[in-house]
Design a protein around this ligand. Structure first.
Ligand code: 13P
Length: 251
C-alpha cells in the first residue's frame, strides 16, 4: 500500500431495495470512524437513487456498474452518464470482466465509455485482467498492455490521472482462488509500467490500482501490505456488512 487506500465493493446483480438499504445503514454505522481510507460501493442501477440518498454526506461513496457513452438518445435499455449523476452517484465501474466476457465489450467501446465518463465529471474505475489460459500461456503482460493502452487511448495525462484502475484476474473472480499478494503486486507493477510508458512515471506512481478477485476478510491484510496494491474491489464479500467492514478496516 503506497497511497490513500480505496476499498470498494461491487454488488453485481444482487440485492433489492430493502436488503441494499439495510446493508448501507450498517456500513454507515460501522465505517463512520474511518478517516484514512476511501470507501466506495457499486450498486445495481435500480438502487442508485435510494442508496445515494441514504449515503449522502457520509464517507461511503456510490457508483454505477456500467454506463453507455452517449448522453441521451434512442439506446433502449442503456443508462447515460447524466442519468447516473442525476441519481446522486459520482462513480462508475467500466470494463469489468463480466462486461467484457459475458457481454462482449471491446477495448474500443470501453475507451469511449471512459472518455464520456470523464467528460461528464463521473469518476471512473477501469477494470483490466487476464483469463486463466492467458496467464498459463505467459500472456499476462500482453493482455494488460492491450487492455490498458486500449482503455486509455487518446486520454490526456490530466484525464488519466483521474482514473482508478482495478486489476481483476478473471480466474480469481468468484472462484475462491485469490492471486497471491506477490502475483497481484507483480501484475500491478506491470500495469504501472505500462501507464508510465504512456504518460510518465509521476503520473503512473500517483494512480491508484486496486486488486479484485476473491478478496475476503482473511486475505485482505496480506494483499494490502504490498507496495503496488492501493485498494480492493470486492464482489461476494461486499454483500455482508460485517465482512466488508473487516475488509475496509484491513490492518
Ligand atoms: P469476487 O470478490 O466475488 O471474486 O468478485 C470480484 C469482482 O469481480 C469484483 O468486481
Amino acid at each position: 500500500m503506497a497511497k490513500r487506500p480505496l476499498m470498494s465493493g461491487n454488488w453485481k446483480m444482487y440485492m433489492n431495495t430493502a436488503s441494499g438499504l439495510d446493508l448501507v445503514k450498517s456500513l454507515k454505522a460501522n465505517c463512520g470512524d474511518v478517516k484514512d481510507r476511501d470507501i466506495l460501493i457499486f450498486v445495481p442501477f435500480t438502487l442508485l437513487a435510494p442508496i445515494a440518498k441514504e449515503l449522502d454526506g457520509t464517507n461511503v461513496w456510490v457508483g454505477a456498474q456500467n454506463m453507455y457513452f452517449e448522453k441521451e438518445g434512442a439506446f433502449t435499455g442503456e443508462i447515460s452518464p447524466l442519468q447516473i449523476l442525476d441519481t446522486g452517484a459520482k462513480w462508475v465501474l467500466l470494463g469489468h470482466s463480466e462486461r467484457r466476457h459475458v457481454f462482449g465489450e471491446t477495448n474500443d467501446l470501453i475507451n469511449k465509455k471512459l472518455k464520456s465518463a470523464l467528460a461528464h465529471g463521473l469518476k471512473p474505475v477501469l477494470c483490466v485482467g487476464e483469463l486463466l489460459e492467458e496467464r498459463e500461456g505467459g500472456k499476462i503482460e500482453e493482455v494488460l498492455k492491450t487492455q490498458t493502452k486500449g482503455g486509455f487511448k487518446e486520454l490526456s495525462k490530466e484525464d488519466a490521472a483521474k482514473v482508478v484502475i482495478a486489476y481483476e484476474p478473471v480466474w480469481a473472480i468468484g472462484t475462491g482462488k485469490t492471486a497471491s499478494p506477490e502475483d497481484a503486486d507483480e501484475a500491478h507493477k506491470i500495469i504501472r509500467e505500462i501507464l508510465a510508458s504512456i504518460y510518465d512515471q509521476g503520473t503512473a506512481d500517483n494512480m491508484r490500482i486496486l486488486y479484485g478477485g476473491s478478496v475476503k476478510p482473511d486475505n485482505v491484510d496480506g494483499l494490502m501490505a504490498k507496495p503496488n496494491i492501493d485498494g480492493s474491489l470486492v464482489g461476494g464479500a461486499s454483500l455482508k456488512a460485517d465482512g466488508f467492514t473487516r475488509i475496509v478496516k484491513f490492518q
